[in-house]
Design a binder for this molecule. Sequence first.
Ligand code: PLP
Length: 479
Amino acid sequence: MTPEEFRRYGRQVVDWIADHQERIESYPVLSRARPGDVLAGLPAHPPERGEGFEAVLADLDRVVMPGITHWQHPGFFAYFPSNATGPAILGDLLSAGLGVQGMLWATSPACTELEIRVLDWLAELLDLPARFRSDGTGGGVIQDSASSAALVAILAALHRADGGTAGRDGVTRRHTLYISSQTHSSLEKAAKISGIGSANVRVVDADPLTLAMDPAHLDALLAGDAAAGALPVMVCATVGTTSTTAVDPVPAIGEVCRRHGVWLHVDAAYAGVAAVCPELRWINDGLAEFADSYATNPHKWLLTNFDCTAMWIADRAPLVGALSILPEYLRNQATASGEVVDYRDWQIPLGRRFRALKLWSVIRWYGAEGLREHVRTGVRLAQDLAARIAADPRFELLEHHPFGLVCFRPRWDGLPDAEGDIATMRLMDRLNASGDLYLTHTRVGGRVLLRMAIGAPATVGAHVEAAWDRIREEAAAGP
Ligand code: PLP
């Protein structure tokens, strides 16, 4: 493709995306494709001769679009939001256009140094501790996902706990990881990958009402395991759990970690970015004193398209110690000088995209003010919705809803819990099949609740009200 052809098709692609943004409400939120539909629309074999890009765009409409669930639709309330905005998309396009691979500082100094600066900016915007900033012992890095951040944190924690023995000899003694029943499943996956093993993942009690990790139980487990000869490696506390946005008591957990000399990773994948708002900065409690590593996802609620997890570490030495290997073909003067950061040592893969460009674009386009406004809108809409649910005697509401997620269910008067669960799931399926909105569910205390996560940039009060009216009507039709 010549630059001239690129210019022509590029304009078509940008127009296509802008049209899509304008038309988004005309699509059903949840794709109606059945398994195999998209596959059936695709030729089984690749073309022998190159085709014009028009053919790709035509198939995008014909084959791909019916198989798309519209995460940017204002009626998307499932999982957590995954915001994709104009500045982020353009930043990503620039990254693709430059096509740099930033594994080393030397392979594109700007790729590394812009990332350092943008992560310092974000740390400032979120009012994160000074020791996470690049001018101290720590620093920030963009990972592809919070799952990778958790794995990287475990490997650094393991390195600090055993002085690098596991990295050299393999895991030769029992290592343990501490989570709660509410912790994201990526932590158990990371335990499997790191060699800790899922059998050595210790599940700390969560309070039945708040669903927050119990520090006293954590303390007891750590003491018991250490006495039995295990090496406790890491505790993961969560600020804003996946199921209900529960918040673990980080200061109390941190004190326990410090007493036992265990690494504290704080997973704030969804909720962490809410700290752009001073009134929500309580979510940072305990980070300055106790957190060894911290992760939050601009690719969820902070207007930046997937993938972009911001991770900070208080001390980069164990991280680099755990992950650095320097083969001959990567040796270069800048690395040898010790003056530069080589981000390949801060992540699992060697290669890395220039993701900082999209975060940089987002922060510059919106400014601190615009980012705050976006988070505040999500929180306000969620609080309004929660007030409506609380005022309707036919529904029950989970009281904890400090961010953009509200959990609730119809009371289904007279139905036993198990039948109420079935009725709630059926209600959700009917709502999702309507194409107007998309909700997901969770289980709390064994009972099914609907989750409504508000935070797509296109969602305004009218969308939430329409969704709530729809939910009430559908529930009124009975189980
Ligand atoms: N941690 C929490 C608390 C989450 O809610 C999620 C996803 O929703 C994750 C981790 C995993 O995020 P990612 O998809 O970035 O790996």
